[in-house]
Structure formats: C-alpha cells, structure tokens
Design a protein around this ligand. Structure first.
Ligand code: SF4
Length: 286
C-alpha cells in the first residue's frame, strides 16, 4: 500500500485506530489526553515490551508485525501527515502533538536517538507552533541510555515532554501490576535523576484488580511515593490519572467507575501539589 492510498481512518475520541496493520508507523488519533489531534508514532510494531502490564490495552492476540522502525519510512510517513496538516488542520482537528507511543516501550528501540533528531528537524522545517509538543510515552527503563543523553536538552527546548508511566508504588506492586523483571529502585532512581533535570508528566492507571473493593487507603503508598519524588527535587508538570477504556490484557483488570475516580482524584488533589487531570472509562473530566 502506498502512502497515497491511506485507509479511511475514523477520527474521534472513541476511535483508537492504529495503522500498523497496514505496515504503517504513524497514525493520527484524536486523543483526550492530548486535547486534540495527535500524530502517534508506533516504534514497536513487533509489540515487544519489557513490561507486561495486567492492564495493557495493546492487542497482542493477532500476529505481531516483524516490522523494523525504518527511519526512511518513518520520515516519509511523517512528511505525508505534516503536508496534509499544512493548511492548519485535518478534518477539523488541529495538531496538538507528535507522540512516541505505540505498542511497546520506545526507549528499547535502537534508533530512538535518530528518531528524536528527525522530530526536531521536522518541527523546525514545518515551522510547527511552539505549542505543538513532542511527547515521549515511556516506562522509563531506557531513559538513561548513553546515546540519548546528548538529545534531552534540545528535545525539551523544542517543546518535548517525557510522560512517565507510574502506576506502582513499591517492588510488590510493580511485580503485580507491571510484571517486569526491572527493579523498582532502578526505575525510581531513573525517574528521580531525570525529573531533577527536566519536568515530567506522570501517567498513572488506576483500576480494580481481581474483585478488590475500592479504597483510598490502597493508594496511600502511591501518594507517599509522589510526595517523596517532589521532595527530592523532581518537577512534576502534572499527573494524568486514568482508568481502563479498552479491553485489557487480563480480564481481572476492570475500570474504576466515575464516582470512584472522582474520589481518587479529590484525594490526590488534596494531598499532592502537581495538578491532576482525570480521565474516566468513557472520557475526560469536563
Ligand atoms: S508498558 Fe505500556 S506497552 Fe508495555 S505492557 Fe505496559 S501498558 Fe503495555
């Protein structure tokens, strides 16, 4: 399929189309968390991840594409969408960000430094407004890679933001929720060192696990961890608190209802300094 034969993409807050089934790396999505149109980049079409979150909403049932994130292909796809957006919007939606997200962990991808260079160059060339963010969604595992170090300053100066996944609070919850062999201390140390230098957004998924009852006390250790991060000099731009919106990896993971999310957000706002944005199962807070 050529870029000129783009499939008929459904855009809307309830649509989550990926184009990876067409061998594509870039997909437009209208996202509540971005507040409009986001150009998503799927750097992990092979669907590999070094976490195995119980709530993961990546569909791994189908065959994974053994598609390397080829830089020339990525550049061609990005140019296709940026050309389409040259008039200012696409189907009535204005571009809010270009987001490295997709079906796995972007910081495990070898060519990530070159991808960051490409994004900075395209943002300059297309004269994208300063408010158009470059967003890296990450579980943080590869943030301290030596070959990324030289890029972070320019990335942040160009409106780049790192959105760090944090929905655990100790070694046991990391093992239970995210099912990774990576160590809790290592991930938190990485977040601390990185967040002391550059502001981060925390992305935290809250959900019912195995019929447990909702309780605010359950999240006290999360609150304490975020407090410790702030006290140690980490700049947290905001916390995005969300629950499940799509079919998760494990059926025993189910969304908290709107009332439970309201109570949780009220507690986080009472106890924590960073702003809290709330996303329900069916949408965002008005
Ligand atoms: S880190 Fe993200 S992609 Fe990886 S398993 Fe967790 S939710 Fe899925």
């Amino acid at each position: 399929m050529t870029l000129n034969s783009t499939p008929d993409i459904q855009l809307g807050y309830d649509q989550h189309s990926r184009l990876s089934e067409y061998g594509r790396l870039v997909y437009p999505v209208v996202s509540r968390r971005s507040g409009g149109l986001s150009l998503g980049i799927n750097l992990n079409p092979d669907k590999r991840c070094n976490f195995d979150c119980v709530y993961c909403q990546v569909d791994r049932a189908g065959e994974a594409l053994l598609l390397a994130p080829d830089l020339a292909q990525l550049e061609a796809e990005l140019r296709h969408w940026l050309d389409a957006l040259a008039e200012g919007d696409y189907r009535g939606y204005r571009l809010q960000d270009i987001a490295l997200a997709g079906d796995g962990e972007p910081t495990t991808v070898k060519t990530l430094p070159q991808v960051l260079d490409l994004l900075l160059a395209l943002k300059r060339e297309y004269r994208l407004a300063p408010e158009v963010k470059l967003v890296l969604f990450t579980n943080g595992s590869g943030l301290e890679r030596g070959d990324l170090e030289a890029r972070w300053k320019a990335f942040h100066q160009a409106g780049g933001e790192v959105w760090f996944k944090l929905d655990y609070w100790d070694a046991a919850s990391l093992k239970r929720i995210n099912r990774t062999r990576l160590r809790f201390e290592r991930l938190i140390d990485t977040l601390t060192r990185f967040g002391q230098r550059y502001p981060v957004v925390l992305q935290s998924c809250f959900f019912r696990w195995q019929d447990e009852a909702f309780s605010l006390e359950r999240y006290t250790p999360y609150v304490q961890l975020v407090e410790r991060l702030s006290e140690s000099g980490v700049t947290i731009r905001k916390i995005q608190a969300y629950t499940l919106a799509r079919q998760p990896a494990e059926a025993a993971a189910r969304p908290w209802d709107d009332d439970e999310m309201d109570r949780l957000a009220a507690e986080l706002r009472k106890r924590l300094v960073p702003p809290v944005e709330l996303f329900y199962e069916q949408g965002a807070e008005a």
